[in-house]
Ligand binder design. Structure first.
Ligand SMILES: O=C(O)CCC(=O)C(=O)O
Ligand SMILES: [Fe+2]
Length: 333
């Protein structure tokens, strides 16, 4: 069945009520049929849900506990100290954003979380070299003075998650009936942004306009999300406008598609609306890594995703211009 036909069929099926789990143990199998089986499961999830969990994802538990410990320590610093690196004063919003300074849902009163954002950097720093290739998105990372190990713990997780992303791209390509190497020349510079997030608990009646992160879609190709075990907060919107819980499942990460993939695929792959609300009574932490194509790459639709009964839905823009415009809208400057 053609991609367009499969997508139109998925659009006519029932709204999803749960999020599938995909086991990545065989992601590097030498057996093409095994990889094709995985790609088929991913294609299904991407057309019907836009979200899936991955088990056996390969990111070591110690890398996760390292970045989590550093994150908790960082967010417990006094606000004035964190504000030294407020993202309003840095290129392309790297650094710290306080509670309610972002508006992922433009109709909300602000997001009830604080965050810290950074992009690609070698662990062994050799100076920032992205000024040319990153174009509109250029800008070196900034790092807090404390806790001492924050940068190294954060970058260790970043590189592990980017490694996972690089193992996923060939599967997404195969899921789109493209050569597995299709995204290689579009992801040379790892245009991946990572954020560590802290959601203070919200108690009493929670106003829909003031939640942990308001209803939104992500902007890049896909997001790799670690969420704090034991706390239900993330919800995903299905086509009947029902919020479906995406609880943390032990040993898994959440993968969700973003707008760049929706644009590449003319909405054959779904960039699904989601939000998070922390009503657990305790602090919640989560760590998204947003993996896009290089910032100078044009988001041109894949020809097999366009047909006479599925005309082109999006104007062609570069990945960098798209992410930049979304960052500006979210932080309101
Ligand atoms: O914290 C979460 O579970 C979701 C975060 C998220 O959706 C985002 O940062 O885009
Ligand atoms: Fe998101």
């Amino acid at each position: 069945m053609s991609l367009v036909d499969a997508a139109q069929r998925a659009e006519l099926t029932e709204a999803f009520s749960h999020i599938p789990v995909i086991d990545l143990s065989d992601v590097s199998s030498m057996d093409l049929a095994v990889r094709k089986g995985l790609a088929d499961a991913i294609r299904d999830a991407c057309m019907n849900v836009g979200f899936f969990y991955v088990a056996n994802h390969g990111i070591p538990e110690t890398t996760i506990t390292g970045v989590l410990a550093a994150t908790k320590e960082y967010f417990s610093l006094p606000l004035e100290q964190k504000m030294e690196l407020e993202n309003k004063n840095t290129p392309n919003f790297k650094g710290y954003n306080p509670v309610k300074s972002s508006r992922n849902d433009p109709l909300s009163d602000g997001d009830m979380h604080e965050g810290f954002e950074f992009g690609w950097e070698e662990l062994e720093a050799n100076g920032y070299q992205g000024a040319e290739k990153d174009g509109a998105m250029a800008g070196a990372n900034v790092w807090p003075r404390e806790p001492a190990g924050f940068r190294d713990a954060a970058l260790a997780y970043y590189h592990a998650a980017v490694g996972l992303g690089k193992r996923l791209f060939p599967l997404f390509a195969a899921a789109l009936d493209l050569p597995e190497t299709y995204f290689d020349d579009k992801t040379k510079n790892s245009a991946a942004l990572m954020r560590v997030l802290h959601y203070p608990p919200q108690t009493g009646p929670v106003d829909d306009r003031l939640v942990g992160i308001g209803a939104h879609t992500d902007w890049e190709c896909f997001t790799i999300l670690w969420q704090e075990p034991g706390i239900q907060a993330l919800q995903v919107l299905n086509k009947q406008e029902q919020w479906v819980d995406a609880p943390p499942l032990p040993g898994t990460l959440v993968i969700n598609l973003g707008d760049q993939f929706a644009r590449w695929t003319n909405d054959v792959f779904k960039s699904t609306v989601h939000r998070a609300i922390n009503r657990s009574g305790i602090r919640r932490y989560s760590i998204p890594l947003f993996f896009g194509t290089d910032y100078d790459v044009k988001l041109e639709p894949i020809p097999s995703c366009v047909s006479s009964n599925r005309p082109l839905k999006y104007e062609v823009v570069t990945a960098g211009d798209y992410v930049k415009s979304k960052l500006q809208a979210t932080y309101g400057h």
